[in-house]
Design a protein around this ligand. Structure first.
Ligand SMILES: [Zn+2]
Length: 405
């Protein structure tokens, strides 16, 4: 397994190197802001984004002009890295899996001053060679392990630092646990495990009520007035706070789960599709719009997608696994006799098998069935578990009810 790591050291700069570094960082900031402004303009006018290739072409044009000739003084790769970083920042901001990432913002002088080299640098003992700058000593506090892939020079306060990103091959980790667990994500409970444990949904109602109140006040203010802006800023801060709270909780849960179980089995629910389907389409204008859109809100609210992502990468680090199984009828199949019947599901939370009379909390039933399918998948590579279930479920529609099913 290849892992990435970064080492950061303080550089021993002199007036000359500092002057060059300030200039290079300044040029990168200039290019960032100019390219950002261009893209924001495009976004506002519903025009396609300008990605790296095109921006790079533009920047070469700017370098040739008299007005922006100062860009020529910078090492070309630092400018290209800036454009790549901008592209990355935009792509992250549009990525639904990274709700905390925002649209990139303008850089101010002296704030986050930095520039990066993907190549052309050399490290020897306690000094580093930077293109167009030369050899600079650094305060080596610990040895560098792995192959350096790129370096970033940045300013913090009055000092300059170098961050060296390395890549190294490590042996596959062996997971500390040996157990396997099934997990059912739900609405009334955030998730339920096949061992009966569960977690309550994440509750951020107090912040949401506050936002609602502020939004009512906002509606009465004159748009773009000073008070309007202040209120808007306050609302945005609350939204960020909610996102952080959710992030923290999901991190806590996923860490505990990942450390305790070598294999975590989940239902293969297409969260995107589930949240989209409420409106229906031309042929079937959504008959369940109201219930489903309520459900969709909860699904997005709870951050199931985020929890899945966290579990996946934490299991990867620890040498564990996340397995996905077919979600069909997991909440209607009896974990004891395997009889699948819609009628066994008495309510949102109650399960009572119509054949053998087995009674259990419906979410635990779901999690147990998920685990069972995981075991079967491991044992005989059985992929289409739904076929097995369908034999016993002909009597009712095979339309899967989203999430609660
Ligand atoms: Zn049964």
């Amino acid at each position: 397994m290849i892992i990435r790591k970064a080492y950061k050291y303080r550089l021993n700069t002199n007036a000359e190197t500092e002057q060059l570094m300030s200039q290079y960082a300044g040029n990168c900031r200039y290019l960032w802001n100019k390219s950002l402004a261009l893209n924001l303009y495009h976004l506002q006018n519903n025009q396609p984004m300008i990605w790296y290739q095109e921006l790079d072409w533009f920047s070469k044009l700017w370098k040739k002009s008299d007005d922006y000739a100062f860009l020529k003084l910078s090492p070309a790769q630092t400018l290209q890295q800036t454009l790549k970083q901008l592209e990355r920042a935009f792509k992250d901001a549009f990525d639904k899996k990274q709700p905390l990432k925002k649209i990139p913002t303008f850089k101010k002088r002296g704030e986050r001053d930095s520039f990066s080299f993907p190549q052309g640098f050399k490290i020897e003992g306690r000094r580093i060679f930077l293109p167009k700058i030369g050899w600079v000593n650094f305060r080596k506090s610990r040895d560098i392990e792995g192959t350096p892939k790129n370096v970033t020079v940045s300013r913090q306060g009055k000092y300059w630092f170098v961050s060296i990103q390395v890549e190294m091959e490590t042996s596959e980790p062996i997971h500390p646990a040996t157990s396997m667990i099934g997990m059912d994500m739900g609405v009334k409970r955030l998730f339920t495990l096949s061992n009966g444990d569960f977690e309550a949904p994440i509750n951020v109602d107090c912040f949401k009520n506050k936002i609602k109140r502020l939004q009512k006040r906002l509606a009465k203010k004159v748009k773009f007035s000073n008070n309007w802006r202040k209120l808007k800023e306050k609302i945005n801060r609350l939204h960020t706070k909610i996102a952080h709270i959710r992030h923290d909780i999901l991190h806590k849960f996923s860490t505990t789960l990942s450390k305790s179980h070598a294999i975590i089995v989940l239902e293969n629910l297409q969260i995107k599709n589930m949240t989209k389907s409420a409106k229906g389409d031309m042929d079937k204008p959504g008959s369940m719009v109201k219930q489903k859109s309520g459900l969709n809100r909860v699904i997005l609210d709870q951050g199931w997608g985020l929890l899945k992502t966290f579990l996946e990468y934490k299991q990867l680090w620890l040498g564990g696994q996340v397995m996905y199984v077919d979600p069909k009828y997991t909440s209607q199949t009896c974990p004891v006799c395997q009889h699948a019947n819609k009628l066994s599901r008495k309510s949102q939370s109650e399960f009572e098998c119509v054949l053998c009379g087995h009674e259990e909390h419906a979410d635990v039933v779901g999690a147990k069935n998920v685990l069972g399918r995981g075991h079967r998948l491991l044992a005989c590579g059985e992929k289409d578990v739904s076929l097995l279930c369908e034999a016993g479920t002909r009597q009712f529609s095979n339309e899967l009810e989203p999430a609660v099913a």
